[in-house]
Design a protein around this ligand. Structure first.
Ligand SMILES: C/C=C/C(=O)SCCNC(=O)CCNC(=O)[C@H](O)C(C)(C)COP(=O)(O)OP(=O)(O)OC[C@H]1O[C@@H](n2cnc3c(N)ncnc32)[C@H](O)[C@@H]1OP(=O)(O)O
Ligand SMILES: NC(=O)C1=CN([C@@H]2O[C@H](COP(=O)(O)OP(=O)(O)OC[C@H]3O[C@@H](n4cnc5c(N)ncnc54)[C@H](OP(=O)(O)O)[C@@H]3O)[C@@H](O)[C@H]2O)C=CC1
Length: 447
């Protein structure tokens, strides 16, 4: 039995759940990995010069044992997230430390502590097997998977599963991720695949869409409301392309920051009107490595006021981190919110705290999403209210190049990867719904 037989079953219109359940599973499969013995390979290099094409491998790996509450999924497509870039450049930490720590927690978790890390935190595919105790999903179900892995043995996670002490990001802090032909997930990561999308389109939004939903819309994040002025950094990027859509769909006013006219045009095509091209306008928030320039914060704030008719920002959607955080805190209105989920340009932030406390602003830390938030975000995709922002699709063999593109900010929106799917465009079930939304679905393609 090989993965080819699995693909044949997926492509056959007559396959039943029983057929999938009866399919023998292969002993091994192809997966994108990084290697534990290479964690020092970029030592001494600047972040920018660490090349994912050198550290990312395509290996044949053994199929992991299936445990209680888990599912093995045949992965048709996946996508590149920035967390896979972090893994591939071994920053800020090697992810093997996460796997070792997880491995110490239980006999079953030991499976994850391996000399290779199968990465990837998105997938669209078909359930092959479910473990004991799984009743909601069965072999043959067409699914996407969100990336929250929790144990929920402690009381801490039972109001909001992101607060579970054993909360991990699948394919980053756990093994057996989605950039592979088969993935191992917990069954409470599974959600229905939106039926009007192809495999690669369905695999693209998951991680960033759920994160943007919690960070911006959910009461656990900024709780955005109609009319809010929302400053969105990287508004055509992975997170930003969903934040922009949430702002527009929710009656807010996105102020989109991008770094080129091409990206500005993408934001306009989504319906945004207020756009700041940070390259063209040349903001320099730092005079040197240690000193910020408040006159530049003011110039930026003045530009925002021009776009809002004199208003300041209600919510900042932050993720660039060190480079922008001082400006983000400054331009927020009295009582407004800065919500942050990352620090791409550096995690040691510096801002003028007087502007925070005197103006009663709040900084909210946000990380991925709980199952319910991920479900609600996926539901909006399934209903055609929010659309995938897939720009380019790579083969599994070329994942290193795909990660390189994201690392060097050469991409738009999301970058997809075909795993078992032999070509793009497969897996669409509801053609009528697709036709209705086809322009929006293709908005980011090949720009
Ligand atoms: C969905 C997609 C998401 C993304 O893309 S996010 C972007 C990518 N992710 C990242 O860049 C994050 C990567 N992760 C990290 O950098 C690290 O993961 C953290 C810095 C978040 C945490 O590091 P850790 O090593 O887990 O924690 P510690 O706090 O540095 O060290 C743990 C030791 O510190 C002790 N400790 C913790 N809190 C306290 C306290 N309040 N007072 C005293 N000690 C404390 C612990 O007990 C333990 O100790 P003992 O080492 O001896 O076991
Ligand atoms: N905590 C969580 O749950 C999550 C965290 N993340 C993290 O968020 C970050 C962004 O992820 P994602 O959106 O997918 O990545 P992308 O690279 O797809 O998009 C980020 C965008 O931010 C902009 N940007 C990058 N650097 C700077 C800078 N120095 N100043 C201003 N803008 C900048 C760029 O847009 P432009 O050049 O047009 O301005 C870029 O396209 C990553 O660090 C990632 O690890 C992501 C998802 C979930």
């Amino acid at each position: 039995m090989t993965v080819k037989d699995i693909l044949a079953a997926i492509q056959s219109p007559d396959s039943t759940s029983e057929d999938f359940a009866a399919l023998p599973l292969p002993e091994s499969y192809r997966a994108i990995t990084v290697h534990k013995d290479e964690t020092e390979m970029f030592a001494g290099l600047a972040t920018r010069d660490k090349d994912p094409r050198k550290s990312i491998h395509l290996d044949d790996v053994p199929l992991p044992e299936l445990g209680p509450g888990e599912a093995l999924v045949a992965v048709m497509a996946s996508s590149v997230n920035y967390n896979s870039v972090w893994t591939s450049i071994f920053e800020p930490l090697s992810t093997f430390g996460f796997l070792e720590r997880y491995g110490r927690t239980s006999e079953l978790a030991k499976r994850h502590d391996l000399p290779y890390h199968i990465i990837g935190s998105d997938l669209a595919g078909v359930v092959l097997r479910t473990g004991p105790g799984v009743n909601s999903w069965k072999p043959g179900d067409e699914v996407v998977a969100h990336c929250l892995s929790v144990e929920l043995e402690s009381s801490d996670g039972h109001n909001d599963t992101m607060l579970d002490p054993e909360q991990r990001i699948w394919g980053f802090e756990t093994n057996f991720g989605g950039l592979a032909e088969i993935a191992l997930v917990k069954s409470n990561q599974l959600m229905p695949k939106p039926d009007h999308l192809s495999w690669e389109e369905a695999a693209a939004p998951g991680l960033v869409n759920s994160t943007a939903y919690r960070q911006l819309v959910s009461r656990n994040g900024a709780g955005m409301k109609q009319g809010d002025n929302v400053l969105i950094w990287g508004a055509s990027g992975g997170l930003g392309s969903y934040a922009t859509q949430f702002a527009l769909a929710g009656g807010a006013h996105p102020i989109c920051v991008v770094s080129s006219e091409q990206k500005a045009e993408i934001c306009r095509s989504m319906g945004a009107e207020s756009i700041i091209d940070r390259s063209a306008e040349g903001y320099k928030f730092w005079k040197d490595e240690n000193t910020q320039d408040p006159t530049e914060w003011k110039r930026f704030g003045k530009r925002i006021r021009e776009l809002t008719g004199g208003e300041d920002i209600d919510i900042v959607f932050e993720h660039p981190g060190r480079e922008t955080f001082g400006a983000s805190v400054f331009v927020t209105r009295k009582g407004g919110t800065i919500t942050t989920c990352a620090s791409t340009s550096g995690y040691m932030h510096q801002y003028d705290n007087r502007y925070l406390w005197m103006s009663l602003k709040r900084i909210i830390g946000s990380h991925f999403a709980n199952y319910r938030e991920a479900w609600e975000a996926n539901r909006l995709i399934a209903k055609g209210k929010i659309h995938p922002t897939l720009s380019k699709v790579y083969s599994l063999e070329d994942t290193g190049q795909a990660a390189y593109d994201v690392h060097r900010n050469l991409h738009q929106g999301k970058v997809g990867v075909l795993c078992l799917a032999p070509e793009e465009g497969l897996g669409v079930r509801d053609h009528e719904k697709r036709t209705k939304h086809i322009d929006a679905i293709n908005r980011f393609r090949n720009v």
